[in-house]
Ligand binder design. Structure first.
Ligand code: M7G
Length: 327
């Protein structure tokens, strides 16, 4: 779902020469889009005080009487250098909370325009979406090549998130105006687009994804030397496109794939290296440059290697590993 924002300007690179404004323009809000009219809060799935995020499960009653699940993600957005003068001036609505010697704390009440909450809506949400955001104990799984063949692959064939949103991007049925770069070749081409986690207002938390045009690579496990041209194209053209648009050099980018991903269609994450992006931990992120080198070293590296990842306590895949005595 495209975000509805009031400002059309793109992110403002901090302390760098200004980049071209992102023409990625957030689409205007259309009538009939999601609103909170019939929304009822069920429970908080997860919250994180440090990240200032909360993941909410709610129910939405529709006109026909149906009640459907929704997941709402609320996130306070980072500060932006260019709006600070509007926050810190003589008209600021500032209330003293306490004062001690040279120290004091205050409540500052900014105008609504400077107090945005990024809101992501998944509606109707499936049981899998609700579980994805639920706080749970994690278990590390060491998946051998045999485990993948005997446990993971058969499980995935029956059980993955729909990738319709990916096909909509590839077919320009959604988010077409947000595309940053495209290499149209059906085998080695891809689309580079802002991840919907990123509000595109500042580059400190930059997050884009490169989605391959080819549809038969589900994940890291399917990659062989045959895919090197695709991966190299994504790496080089992705870096160039981001430099051109945001003035961020490749040394400032963390470029990686997730294993396991949530969506089984090959895609690569591009995030700002200084940003502690969700999912960039060692048991999930595989640097694209290392993936390329591993495939150059051994064309079947990812068919042979044990790959380690974490699964949530109630993940059915974890149950399969337990049933097979692998955990
Ligand atoms: P992933 O590695 O499959 O798993 O990444 P993760 O979601 O657990 O990180 C998929 C990426 O696609 C995530 O970073 C999502 O935020 C992003 N994403 C998911 N959806 C449904 C959309 C969408 O509709 N549009 C865009 N632009 N990004 C999405």
């Amino acid at each position: 779902m495209a975000e509805c924002v009031s400002e059309a300007s793109g992110p403002e690179p901090k302390r760098r020469k200004p980049a071209a404004a992102a023409a990625d323009g957030d689409a205007p809000c259309e009538p009939g889009e999601f609103n909170f009219d019939n929304f009822q809060l069920e429970r908080i799935l997860r919250e994180n005080a440090r990240d200032k995020t909360v993941f909410i499960h709610g129910k939405v009653g529709e006109d026909g009487g149906d009640v459907r699940d929704a997941v709402i993600i609320l996130e306070k957005t980072p500060f932006r250098e260019n709006t600070l003068p509007q926050l810190l001036n003589k008209n600021a609505d500032l209330h003293l909370q306490m004062k001690n010697d040279i120290y004091s704390t205050h409540h500052l009440h900014p105008l609504p325009a400077f107090n945005e909450i990024k809101t992501t809506v998944i509606y109707p949400a499936t049981e899998k979406h609700i579980k994805k955001y639920l706080q749970q104990q994690m278990y590390l799984v060491n998946e051998t090549a045999d485990d993948y063949r005997n446990i993971t692959a058969p499980y995935l064939q029956s059980q993955t998130f729909s990738v319709q949103w990916v096909y909509n991007i590839l077919e320009k049925k959604a988010e077409a105006e947000r595309i940053i770069h495209e290499h149209p070749d059906p085998k080695n081409g891809f689309i580079l687009i802002p991840d919907f986690k990123w509000n595109q207002k500042q580059v400190d938390d930059l997050h884009l994804i490169a989605i391959s045009h080819c549809r038969d690579v589900k994940s890291l496990r399917d990659l062989t030397a045959e895919h090197l041209p695709l991966l190299q194209t994504i790496l080089q053209e992705g870096q160039m496109a981001i430099f051109k648009r945001y003035n961020i050099p490749k040394s400032q980018l963390r470029i990686y794939l997730h294993y396991q991903p949530s969506y089984y269609h090959l895609h690569v994450h591009f995030t700002a290296v200084g940003y502690d992006a969700p999912g960039s931990m060692v048991e999930r992120a595989h640097l694209l440059s290392s993936v390329i080198e591993n495939l150059q070293f051994d064309p079947e590296y990812y068919q042979k290697r044990t790959l380690t990842f974490a699964l949530k306590a109630d993940d059915p895949l974890l149950q399969k590993f337990k049933e097979e005595g692998r955990i």
